[in-house]
Design a protein around this ligand. Structure first.
Ligand code: SAH
Length: 479
């Protein structure tokens, strides 16, 4: 079945938007950023002990696919954005700093002013590029994975297919085009998009080639369907809002990395939470909490899952309670309703130290610089996801394995060959480069452009993990 799919599903996506034009855009990421300037001055909190000694990301160097320049510490004087005013008001009226998690949540998903809310942030004209935008093969291979899981689930006639944080909707559009010939599967699908951004919801509607059917009297909306497969599509602000009661397949690609996290730093008095404050001259700065904060409970939970040696050597730790809670929500749903979830992201299979980064126009920038104008993301702690899922009964956890192993085992090699058989020279170059980006490691060996354009493979930086209902056995390709 697998091989059959890979060879049969030979339709190609229109390359102009996602492949050849963006290929020229891939750049090398040469270094990571450090934190912003900190000016000691606060009564409420103790300051960083020696602001010049805050180490840059010592254990982690981050790559968000299409980065090529060192951090830019711009701090240009510009008119304050509404989001900056809003953040400063929160800090002012509270009478003290906010956690990095609160800062991140406001910056990314504030319902009016958040980074994701009012714009398309992806691609050459945006801030970063993700795997589905690199090559149609990515979404197609996720489609293969989901169809194999559906077979293991006993081919149910109704399935909720949920995507968390679908971006432009490219992954699912390629997924549906790829599986469109397998009618039994596509007829079972009820698609649910979990997306907080109205702008991106609109783009997803377009990319899934949706139509809205009106009722006979033309007043009430009857439903939305993707014309790619005829499946119903609906949008939700959170997973909680997606109806339960049907076997469910969940896909989360580059979603967990955008969830708000807490940062802790080892100080002489122990682990302190890093907070965001405002200086007297009205710029943002990091400070350390003088006493334990509520998130310390999550830090303790996370540390219990690690060896003491692993913790001992770190002086920063990131903890993401939202990722832990979301994992449990996913696991409970799958444990009860059946199905499985696939999480793909960049990350580590262990404690993450100091990985939070801001990216604007494909460059690393200061995390505190003009918040809302850059993406914030961090490495995903796959070990914490595993432990969170394992606390829920009825599910089994598989992986993480590298993206290269995952796509390779699913047969991306056959798919690339099938695509190369029927394409122009320009398309062939784009297909090969896209393939390299998805599964390669380090710099592309065949690239002949200027040095600073050498594409970097995502094959080992990105990892895949599956959480499935225990009754279904081990999912493809984790056997
Ligand atoms: N999966 C896509 C996009 C990744 S970017 C891709 O790989 O191309 C993160 C996505 O998650 C965006 O669509 C963003 O709007 C959405 N998002 C981020 N935080 C969210 C939240 N708390 N609730 C719902 N959607 C969120």
């Amino acid at each position: 079945m697998l091989r059959n799919f890979l060879l049969q599903a030979s339709t190609r996506r229109n390359f102009s938007a996602s492949s050849s034009s963006s290929v020229a855009f891939f750049r090398q990421c040469s270094s990571s950023s450090s934190s912003s300037s900190q000016i000691p001055n606060s009564h409420f909190v103790e300051h960083m002990e020696d602001t010049n000694e805050i180490p840059p990301s010592a254990t982690i160097s981050i790559d968000r696919t299409a980065l090529y320049n060192p951090p830019e510490q711009s701090h240009e004087l510009s008119a304050e954005s509404e989001l900056v005013k809003h953040l400063k008001n929160i800090i002012k009226f509270r009478g003290g700093p906010v956690t990095v998690a609160e800062y991140m949540e406001e910056v990314l998903t504030n319902p009016k002013l958040g980074y994701y809310i009012n714009r398309d942030v992806f691609g050459a004209d945006g801030d970063f590029i993700t795997s589905p935008e690199v090559s149609q093969m990515f979404g197609e291979m996720i489609g293969v994975w989901a169809m194999c899981l559906w077979e293991q689930m006993g081919k149910p006639s109704k399935v909720n297919l949920v995507e968390l944080g679908p971006g432009r909707g490219t992954l699912l559009a390629d997924f549906l085009r790829g599986v469109s010939k397998f009618k039994n599967f596509t007829d079972s699908l009820h698609i649910h998009m979990v997306e907080c951004s109205p702008t991106l919801q609109e783009l997803q509607y377009q990319n899934l080639k949706c139509i809205t059917e009106d009722s006979a009297d033309g007043n009430e909306k009857k439903g939305i369907n993707s014309t790619i497969t005829g499946s119903s599509v609906s949008w939700h602000a959170s997973l909680e809002q997606v109806p339960t009661g049907l076997p469910t397949i969940i896909v989360a690609h580059e979603f967990f990395d955008a969830l708000p996290l807490h940062q802790f730093q080892k100080a002489s008095r122990g682990w302190c939470e890093k907070m965001v404050d405002v200086t007297e001259n009205s710029s943002f700065r990091f400070v350390l909490s003088p006493q334990p904060t509520p998130a310390t409970l999550y830090l303790m939970k996370r540390c219990k899952w690690a060896d003491s040696e692993e913790i001992f050597k770190l002086d920063h730790i990131e903890v993401c309670p939202k990722a832990m809670d979301l994992t449990q929500e996913i696991s409970k749903r799958i444990g009860i309703d059946g199905g499985g979830a696939l999480i793909i992201d960049y990350g580590l299979n262990g404690v993450v130290s100091n990985s939070l980064q801001a990216i604007r126009k494909h460059k690393f920038v200061d995390i505190l610089d003009n918040p809302g104008s850059a993406d914030l993301s961090a490495y995903v702690d796959f070990a914490a996801i595993r432990h969170s899922a394992e606390e829920v009964s009825g599910v089994s956890v598989h992986g993480p394995m590298t993206q290269s192993q995952f796509l390779g085992s699913l047969g991306i090699n056959f798919r690339v060959e099938a695509l190369l058989e029927n394409c122009t020279e320009e398309q062939a170059e784009s297909i090969r480069t896209g393939y390299w980006r998805l599964v390669g490691e380090g710099e592309a060996p065949f690239w002949e452009g200027p040095d600073n354009q050498t594409p970097i493979g995502m094959g080992t930086r990105y990892m895949a993990m599956a959480i499935v209902n225990q009754k279904q056995g081990v999912p493809v390709p984790f056997q």
